[in-house]
Write a protein of this length. Structure first.
Lengths: 215, 469
């Protein structure tokens, strides 16, 4: 996993609550046995005017010009803002892979579904929860920039746990220390857990002596 | 004396390998269920890192999401889906894992076969790369869905790094009326708490209406916990649980059985245990439910009208309702009897067990699927459910009534195979998600119980199944 560096990037907004993982990456693409290549089919049903199939040439499909990620400069967005309960629904990590593969590094919302939130950290996507009022404020500012060719940008400083607006307003956010550390250092969870292998074995021997039917 | 603990706290404590990894615990996983869609990248990750599996016996694998429900004798014709199933077979063979392959009568939807085989036992931690793993909480097991990176993590270490969630208890007091099923109970609960209501919680279901359910019904309730935003749902262990588990292929026997049963007796929340949030619902007030929108929380009793966004004061909410009505092709204040259906789907890990088959067959018996219904499909949850249903003659009832009787799998629950809705088609479905496009792009899903789905099939529209004459 890459280290999560401080970044400044274009913000795209999708003003909807409860965006589910079926919307983020429709099921037909889950047939892939790979981790990459999901970017062109991110939000597929909203992004294209005709259905797509896995393995197809998505560049040839008719795009929906009204969908934000099809418009400049949002096609280069690094940050997505949206409403509450983002990522609800299935456990598919493909949703995170698709967001990352598109180029997004941060999603800002008032709240996230638990599994999606968990999955994000495993791949290096940063989910930031701000208050509903702060998100509303960001949407207002974003909407004031709709006519600007360079769009609206935010700076994300994970080390300082802050979202910084172009006017210099800092919105701080909470994050679990361990997850923050893993993101900043680009650490692999499995490697970290393996360091406790002896402890896992010790746990197993006492556990199975108490619950022998599980052996 | 130890202070009173919730069931969740007890199971957590039993599985905690390291109490505190900077705000999270390292917990031990007893059972790992694996299917074809969320595992290939995990196996590949292990291979790339040169890691082996920690405890192969903990894994039970099955292809279910992508598998066809007809013509299986000809194999999987979709080459992309076939590759995924073959990849699972190959991975399981390489690592010598237990897998119920295509052709094995024990094959079926992962959340149906786990309990059916006794691979899910009380007090276990159960994970699977699938959000409906919450189903197994019906057995007083801590069961939740994980992403592919976590699938790989469990394969390599038998553990997961997890933040501990808060405790919520939902008590459904008193008895439900005749004809009210587990599905109606859980849909009503989701309507009450909302799809994000359980975020950050493990939910324990309690109360007479819950404990009087069969294991099948309890699984239906826990299955949809994730639709209320909680990763895990739990129901305390009692005699119903133990009777169900007894004698199944993976269940303990002999002396181990006695030890296990003794241990399982404690798998309930202690009197006086404190929950962070408590919700009470009056069982007697629950009517047959039907969803009208594109989120499971958009649900009402079938006797009510399709809700009107104009009556919602919260602007974000009313906008969401408006969008949902447009997608669903419905008008505010319509009666459900005027909502005409194109297809009916009875199946999925929510409602494809033998009881669900019986409930739907009881309604279908002696009746005919309405002419306006293009397809009414019954997809049993496993080969063994199918066999049992056929032994009881249910297949014949369905076929005589004009239903299709299919091979087990996820089928039209998520429409990864050929079973799907076409744009604009409307379906009464016993599955768990009515998201946009869930059952096929542009498809319109209404979630209901098996009895309600069968009633919809024979009338062509929604109707309170208790009024069917
Ligand atoms: S039946 Fe539906 S919800 Fe259940 S595991 Fe299969 S796809 Fe998922």
């Amino acid at each position: 996993m890459d280290k999560f560096e401080k970044l400044t990037g274009v913000v795209a907004g999708i003003d909807r609550p409860n965006i589910d993982t079926d919307a983020i990456i429709p099921k037909q693409y889950l047939k892939s046995i790979k981790r990459s290549g999901f970017g062109p089919t991110l939000f597929d049903d909203w992004r294209y005017l005709e259905p797509g199939e896995p393995g197809g040439d998505h560049a040839k499909r008719r795009i929906n010009p009204d969908f934000v990620l099809n418009q400049k400069p949002y096609d280069q967005a690094k940050i997505l803002i949206t409403r509450e309960n983002f990522g609800c629904g299935s456990s598919r990590e493909h949703a995170v892979w698709a967001l990352m593969d598109f180029g997004l590094k941060v999603v800002i919302a008032p709240s996230f579904a638990d599994i999606f939130h968990n999955n994000s950290f495993k791949t290096g996507l940063l989910p930031i929860s701000l208050t509903a009022d702060q998100v509303e404020q960001l949407f207002l500012e974003l909407n004031q920039h709709v006519d600007s060719s360079s769009g609206y940008s935010l700076t994300i400083d994970l080390a300082a746990q802050a979202v910084i607006t172009p006017a210099g307003v800092r919105m701080s956010f909470d994050i679990n220390e361990f997850r923050k550390h893993c993101l900043l250092e680009g650490l692999d969870d499995i490697g970290l857990t393996m360091q406790h292998a002896e402890q896992i074995k010790a746990f197993e021997s006492q556990y199975y002596s108490k619950a022998p039917w599980l052996l | 004396m130890m202070s009173a603990q919730t069931l969740y706290d007890k199971i957590w404590a039993m599985h905690e390998v390291r109490p505190d990894i900077e705000g999270s615990g390292l917990i031990y996983i007893d059972r790992h269920l694996v299917h074809e869609v969320t595992s290939p990248q995990a196996f590949e990750g292990l291979q790339l890192a040169g890691r082996d599996l920690w405890r192969k016996e903990s894994i039970v694998a099955v292809p279910d999401h992508n598998t066809p429900t007809i013509g299986l004798e000809f194999g999987i014709t979709d080459p992309v889906a076939r590759l995924q199933v073959e990849t699972l077979d190959k991975n399981c063979d390489t690592h010598q894992l237990i897998e119920f392959k295509i052709g094995d009568e024990r094959r079926g939807i992962v959340h149906v076969i786990g309990p059916e085989q006794g691979a899910t036992l009380p007090g276990m931690t159960v994970v699977c790369g699938d959000s409906h793993t919450s189903t197994h909480g019906a057995f007083a097991a801590l069961a939740f869905g994980i992403g592919t990176s976590e699938v790989e993590h469990v394969m390599a270490t038998q553990c997961l790094i997890q933040g501990k969630s808060k405790n919520m208890r939902i008590t459904v007091d008193g008895a439900v009326a005749d004809g009210i099923t587990a599905k109606d109970i859980v849909l009503r609960i989701i309507g009450e708490i909302g799809t994000a209501g359980g975020n950050g919680y493990t939910i324990e279901f309690a109360g007479d209406a819950i404990t009087s359910l069969s294991m099948e019904g309890r699984m239906t309730v826990c299955n949809m916990t994730i639709e209320g935003g909680a990763r895990a749902g739990l129901i305390g262990c009692d005699q119903t649980t133990i009777d169900y588990v007894k004698g199944r292929p993976f269940s303990p026997t002999g002396e181990n059985w006695n030890k296990a049963v003794e241990y399982w007796q404690d798998l309930h929340s202690d009197d006086g245990a404190v929950f962070d949030r408590e919700i009470h619902i009056d069982g007697a007030s629950i009517e047959p439910q039907v969803t009208w929108g594109t989120s499971p929380e958009m649900v009402v009793a079938v006797s009510q009208l399709v809700p009107d966004p104009a009556s919602e004061t919260d602007l974000v909410k009313s906008g969401g309702m408006q969008k949902a009505l447009e997608y669903m092709g419905l008008k505010a204040n319509m009666a459900f009897k005027d909502v005409m259906l194109d297809k009916v789907f009875i199946g999925s890990c929510t409602n494809s067990r033998i009881e669900d088959m019986r409930a739907a067959a009881a309604v279908a018996k002696g009746r005919q699927v309405a002419d306006t219904i293009m397809v009414a499909m019954v997809v049993p949850g496993s080969g063994l459910v199918k066999k049992q249903a056929e032994a009881e003659g249910l297949d014949k009832i369905f076929i005589d009534a004009g239903f299709e009787w299919r091979e087990p799998g996820c089928s039209m629950c998520l429409a990864m195979n050929a079973d799907r809705l076409d744009p604009g088609e409307r379906c009464a479905s016993t599955s768990n998600r009515n998201f946009e496009g869930r059952q096929g792009q542009g498809g319109r899903t209404h979630l209901v119980s098996p009895a309600m789905a069968a009633a919809a099939a024979v009338t062509g529209h929604f109707i309170d199944v208790r009024k069917l004459t």
